[in-house]
Each structure stands twice: as C-alpha cells, then as structure tokens.
Design a protein around this ligand. Structure first.
Ligand SMILES: Cc1cc2nc3c(=O)[nH]c(=O)nc-3n(C[C@H](O)[C@H](O)[C@H](O)COP(=O)(O)OP(=O)(O)OC[C@H]3O[C@@H](n4cnc5c(N)ncnc54)[C@H](O)[C@@H]3O)c2cc1C
Length: 480
C-alpha cells in the first residue's frame, strides 16, 4: 500500500495527532505511569541448519517476518543448463523464492530453497510490438528507466516495485485501474523449466493450456526463467491525493473509478474520513517541479498507533483530528516514478478481490465491523479496481474486481483482526490474493475457480514428482 504518497501534509497530520495524544498522555502518566507497550507477537530466533555439504545454511524470512523457515539447501543456478540438472538430480522438495514479499506460506521450506538471482535483466526489446523479454528474477524497479529510454513503459504497476517479475506473475500481483488487469495479464510468453528438468515455452498459441496455468502459477509448475511482457508507449503521470468525508467518498467511488486512469481509496478504520488517490496521464509540458517529501506517513501512523495504545478511548478523535488536517497534494513524473513507493514500515496484509459492483458495500461492512467490535487497528485499508482476465487461477478470472486489503503493523497481532474480517469477504464471494494472508484450503479455492481442476491437471503433467510443493501449497491445492 502507498499511504506515503500523502506527502505535503503528513507532518501537519502528525503534529495535530501528536498534540492531542501528548495532552492525554501527560494526564495518563500522572495516573498510571506510561511505558510503550511491548509487542505481544513472539519474534523468531533462527540459527540456520547444517546443509548437506556440512555448511550452515542461513535461515529465511519473508519481508514482514511472519513467514520463516530453515532450508537445508540453497541453490542458485547460474544458467538454464545448471537449473535443469539441479531439478533432475534433486531428491528434495524445492521452493522458489523471488524477493520474499509474499505474506502467505508460498515460499517456506525446510528442504531446498532455490533463487534464480542470476536470471536478471531485460534480454530483448521489440519496439515495433512494444514488447520486451525479461529474466524472471529481475526486480520491477529494474526495468523502468531502460524501457523509458526505448520509448516504452509498463501499462500499470503495483504500489511497490521491489518484487521480482517471476514472483509478481506467480501471484497475479496488480495495481489499480478499471481498464488494467494484473501484471499476469500483460504476459505474452513464458519460458520455464518444469519438474522433469525440461525447458518449455508457452504462449496463447503455443502450449496454450500451460500458458493459462502458468500466468498465475504460485511457483508450482517449475522455475520460470523468462517472460515476454506487453508494454506501451512511455507516459507521464499526475497523482492527486485528497481527504474526503467518508460518506461522500463512498458515494462517489464508482464515478471516481470511471473518470480516472487509476483510482483508489485508503479507508481509515474508526475515522470519518477516506483518502482518495487519482492518477492520470499528462503531457511533458504539464510536469510540476519536484515535491518536497515531508516524511513517511507509515511512520506517522505508527506514532499515532503508539499514542492510541496508551489512550485507546481517544482513538477516533485522534485519527479524525489528524485526517482533517491533510490537504490536497499533487505530484507528477515518469509513470514508474509515480507508481513505485519505498516501504520501510513492516506490516502484514490480507487481501480479497470481490466483484467490483459489491466493493463499496463490502468496505462499508468491514468499517462497521471494526467499529462494532472495537478492533484495535488504525492501519489504513487499501481499496483498488482490477480488470477481468482469462487466467485460470487469477483472482480476477472473468470478473471485474475490487481488491480490499487489511493490514496491521508487523509487531502487532493481526490474527484476531483478520479473523473478524475474512468472513465478510466470503459473504461477497471474495477470492484471496495468493501472496497474502488467508485461511482458505483447496476445498474453498476449488469452489471459487471453475478452472481449478484444469490447473491441477497441467500442474501434475509439469511436476509429476511433486517437487515444487510445501505444506501450504499442499493445503491450498489439495495435494497429498
Ligand atoms: C510492501 C508490499 C507491497 C505489496 N504491494 C502489492 C500490490 O500493490 N499489489 C499486489 O497485488 N501485491 C502486492 N504485494 C504482494 C506481492 O506483490 C506478491 O506477494 C508477490 O508475489 C511477491 O513477489 P516476490 O518477488 O517477492 O516473490 P516471492 O514472494 O518470493 O514468491 C512468490 C511466489 O512466486 C514464486 N516464484 C518466485 N520466483 C519464481 C520463479 N522464477 N519461477 C517460478 N515461481 C517463482 C514463489 O515460489 C512463490 O510461490 C506486496 C507485498 C509487500 C510486502
């Protein structure tokens, strides 16, 4: 999520919120003493295990720290031949890792962890077709400038750019915009090495069944080595963010979606405000000067959260006071500069996609539930739009969707919060993001995807020895 786009008035928000909190905190100190609450979530202590060669293999953790494992082997093939022979020779299960930005248990393994770190960079650009080939472990951040210099850009991006292409495609990673699908929907061709060590290329008219499965593969068909991506002419963007009254924002949601290239909300739990972010194409002549960055809004929310932990009865007042000071902000730039954000404040996240027409009703119900149950969370929720596609395990399969994400800080317990909200998503026929936290098993996933068994058939052919599995994969796909 990208709340750090609120640049101009974050300091004002913090000042206002902290002023309210400071007054109350002083009073509380007098009564009961005040110390920062310690996290109730246990932090893992990992030491690594002795690998097959006798050396210690370092333990692994994902970005937020909620997924950890101690692989007994780490393989980093340098080229396709080496990759192929490693797969042929393995006697263990293998899990591929990209940038480790998934919150769900897709990656952890106590057996072999494999990274395609050597498969890196753009390998070919076809200016005529506006397509490029990229090695799978290339970070999204690694292509913006090179594409730009060749007159091209990605059509859309998620709100960070530190994932790899292979990882992003594996889980249908997406941005926002009713006319734009997930990153998987921009893939034109995939090259992978399957569980038998065979290199296979697939596209719409070549191994098309495999292509339908591979565009959202959750790392279960083999190691993806190369992707051909459809780009478009490069373009500049203007981003405008502004705080709205909650009701006013929810009523305008569909109109705002339809009148901007990209539109999304950040809904503030317990508050009467909602932040809108609209992004549109502009000409070079309309670029503004650089905006002054006033700090990371995540930090702001973290500080507010600490104050609220001390003074929970002032929660709503503090957030509303802070939110009411946020003024409109506009920034412009090359598209990849506007899309990409830096995330220093760690959090955990659950996200479901529901039919676009039910988005507002679902968000209303979530906000009401948080208030009714007095759930102790202030982390903003992200609300985005994604165009339907035809990819078998895509959460956007044959339906225009609205994705709603709930977060909490990484040092706070998210389980009770997510458990209270997840059934609301089910009520609206929600499909979980494969890379984010959810509790669905194969039984429920099958009910959500008409091509679930077709995917399993292709998977069985690609990986007949079930090499690319772990316990989470077994649960979500129903493998023995
Ligand atoms: C701060 C943050 C912001 C995020 N923002 C968004 C967002 O805006 N939109 C969104 O949709 N998601 C978002 N996500 C989720 C993230 O995009 C996905 O979880 C994505 O899959 C992570 O990519 P990765 O490179 O880290 O892959 P990993 O998390 O390391 O792996 C993901 C999956 O890909 C597989 N894999 C990796 N490489 C290969 C390969 N070469 N071949 C085959 N399989 C492979 C892995 O086995 C695993 O199943 C965000 C996550 C974080 C932490």
């Amino acid at each position: 999520m990208k709340i750090d786009r609120i640049n101009l008035n974050r300091r004002e928000m913090l000042k206002a919120a902290a002023a309210v909190g400071a007054t109350g905190a002083t009073a509380t100190l007098g009564l009961s003493g005040c110390s920062e609450k310690k996290s109730t979530v246990a932090q893992p202590v990992l030491q690594g295990v002795k690998g097959k060669d006798g050396n210690i293999v370092a333990p692994w953790s994902n970005w937020s720290g909620n997924q950890t494992s101690t692989p007994n082997e780490r393989l980093i093939p340098q080229n396709t031949d080496e990759l192929s022979s490693m797969i042929k020779q393995t006697t263990q299960h293998i899990r591929l890792v990209g940038a480790g930005h998934s919150f769900s248990g897709l990656v952890p393994t106590n057996e072999t962890q494999m990274s395609l770190a050597y498969f890196n960079g753009i390998t070919d650009i076809n200016k005529e077709k506006k397509q490029f080939n990229v090695a799978s472990n290339t970070f999204l951040a690694g292509v913006g400038e090179e594409l730009w210099n060749n007159g091209l850009s990605l059509e859309n991006m998620p709100d960070i750019n530190t994932q790899t292409f292979g990882g992003a495609i594996a889980t249908s990673t997406h941005g926002t915009g009713p006319n734009y699908g997930s990153m998987s929907s921009t893939v034109k061709e995939i090259t992978l090495v399957n569980g038998l060590g065979e290199e296979i290329v697939c596209s719409d008219n070549n191994n098309s069944e495999l292509f339908n499965a591979a565009r959202t593969n959750i790392g279960t068909l083999g190691a993806v080595t190369n992707l051909k991506i459809q780009a478009q002419d490069n373009y500049y963007l203007q981003e405008k963010s502004w705080m709205m009254d909650l009701e006013e924002g929810l009523e305008q949601a569909h109109a705002l979606r339809d009148s901007h290239r990209h539109f999304e909300f950040y809904a503030l739990p317990h508050a009467d405000y909602i932040l809108g972010i609209a992004i549109d194409k502009i000409e070079e002549k309309d670029l503004l000067g650089p905006t002054v960055n006033s700090g990371d809004a995540y930090e702001t929310f973290k500080t507010m959260s600490k104050v609220i932990d001390t003074l929970p009865f002032l929660r709503r007042f503090i957030i509303n006071t802070g939110a009411s000071t946020v003024e409109e902000e506009v920034r412009t730039g090359r598209n990849y500069e506007i899309f990409g954000n830096v995330r220093d404040m760690r959090f955990n996240e659950m996200e479901y996609s529901i039919p676009a027409e039910h988005g507002v009703a679902c968000l209303r119900e979530i906000l009401a539930t948080i208030r009714k149950l007095n759930i102790n969370v202030i982390f903003p929720m992200e609300y985005r739009y994604i165009k339907a596609d035809d990819i078998w395990l895509s959460p956007f399969y044959q339906r225009d969707s609205c994705a709603i994400s709930c977060h909490n800080f990484a040092d706070k317990d998210y389980k009770k919060y997510f458990a209270a909200i997840e059934p609301i998503f089910w009520k609206y026929d929600g499909r979980p993001h494969w890379g984010k936290i959810h509790t669905l098993t194969a039984k429920e996933q099958r009910a959500r995807y008409s091509k679930f068994d077709d995917f399993l058939q292709v998977r069985a052919a690609m990986d007949p020895k079930n090499i690319f599995t772990n316990s989470h994969i077994n649960t979500v796909l129903g493998l023995a």
